[in-house]
Write a protein that binds this ligand. Structure first.
Ligand code: F6P
Ligand code: MN
Length: 339
């Protein structure tokens, strides 16, 4: 019987053999995984655990918070604040940053997360997940503030998500490819199921909220029109559409079998760059996608090269199989060239 590789062993080997991660980062990732295990338990209980439904509050984005959004946020904070590996945290569910209280040692890392992505799926028993991104505190910095978090995605030292679906699976990169670990509930540990995840360059599957079509910019409309034309259109092949309405689940599908995911800027609220948040949704997902051989842009530039100007900044997102993302990005460039 082939030996199972636990997340702990994978991380120890990343630290010891390959020298990819320092001990503090290994500890941080173990703690995040433990928190995800606990969120997974709460999610699984559903109505039996009195965790369903809305809390009577809104987050900084003006979205109604679900009880599980708040529970997941608290689980992540409580698990991470005392270990000495972090200086601060930032979350979709908190207006401002959370500085590690001074009763605990301060570490050199910053953790950003969307505690429960796709929370409109909670009450209908469809996949949701936790997305996270890890940055280093800038050197020579005393006292953490919001500016320390405003680093481009290419500065991430670890990123990943945990999807709570038919299986609970943690997907991780520390810059050495993408690895997937499924939670073995009997053992209570995450077990490696795939290393060096690779996304095919070509695909016949796309994900976009089609109900927004009338609001899209011309390059996105042009691209999707061509896909819908199928075999008889300019692409000469049929495409299929999937939309789970949880980024974590749509990205997971793409890492498993390829595809393109788009949540582009649209005309509904033109002053907003997009719907998704750069620092704890688009950046970690873009790095995973790139590490798996895919591509992620905002239509104009690589998402990972965007310099954030605020914590809850939004961004237009086009990511997945390389040849498709290149095409949509090229359509944006053609439009810009014509102006
Ligand atoms: O976090 C925002 C989010 O829930 C994503 O997970 C998802 O891709 C998107 O919003 C769904 O948006 P819509 O409600 O337009 O389908
Ligand atoms: Mn989200």
């Amino acid at each position: 019987m082939s030996q199972k590789i636990s997340l702990t062993r994978y991380l120890v080997e990343q630290q010891r053999i390959d020298g990819h991660i320092p001990a503090q980062l290994r500890l941080l990732l173990e703690v995040v995984a433990r928190a995800c295990k606990s969120i997974s338990q709460a999610v699984n209980k559903g109505a039996l655990g009195s965790v369903m439904g809305s809390a009577e509050s809104e987050n900084v984005q003006g979205e109604i918070q679900k009880k599980l959004d708040i529970i997941a946020n608290e689980v992540l904070i409580e698990a991470n604040e005392w270990g000495g590996h972090l200086a601060g945290m930032a979350s979709e569910e908190m207006d401002s940053i959370y500085v590690v209280p001074n009763r605990y040692p301060q570490g050199e890392y910053l953790l950003l997360f969307d505690p429960l992505d796709g929370s409109s799926n909670i009450d209908i028993n469809v996949s949701i997940g936790t997305i996270f991104s890890v940055l280093k505190m800038p050197d020579d910095d005393r006292g953490v503030d919001e500016a320390d978090f405003l680093q481009a995605g290419n500065k991430q030292v670890a990123a990943g998500y945990c999807i709570y679906g038919p299986q609970t699976t943690l997907v991780l990169t520390v810059g050495d490819g993408v690895a997937m670990f499924t939670l073995d509930r009997e053992q209570g540990s995450f077990v490696l199921i795939e290393e060096n995840v690779q996304i095919p360059d070509d695909t016949q599957e796309f994900a976009i909220n089609m109900s927004n079509m009338r609001h899209w910019d011309e390059p996105v409309k042009r691209y999707v029109d061509e896909l819908l034309a199928g075999k008889d259109g300019p692409r000469g092949k049929n495409f299929n559409m999937r939309w789970i309405a949880a980024m974590v689940a749509d990205v997971h599908r793409i890492l498993c079998r390829g595809g393109i995911f788009m949540y582009p800027w649209d005309k509904r609220e033109p002053e907003k760059a997009g719907k998704l948040r750069l620092m704890y949704e688009a950046n970690p997902m873009s790095w995973l996608i790139e590490q798996a051989g895919g591509m992620a842009t905002n239509g104009h530039q690589r998402i990972l090269d965007i310099q954030p100007t605020k914590l809850h900044e939004r961004v237009s997102v086009i990511l997945g199989s390389k040849n498709e993302v290149e095409r949509v990005t090229a359509y944006h460039a053609e439009k810009t060239a014509k102006l």
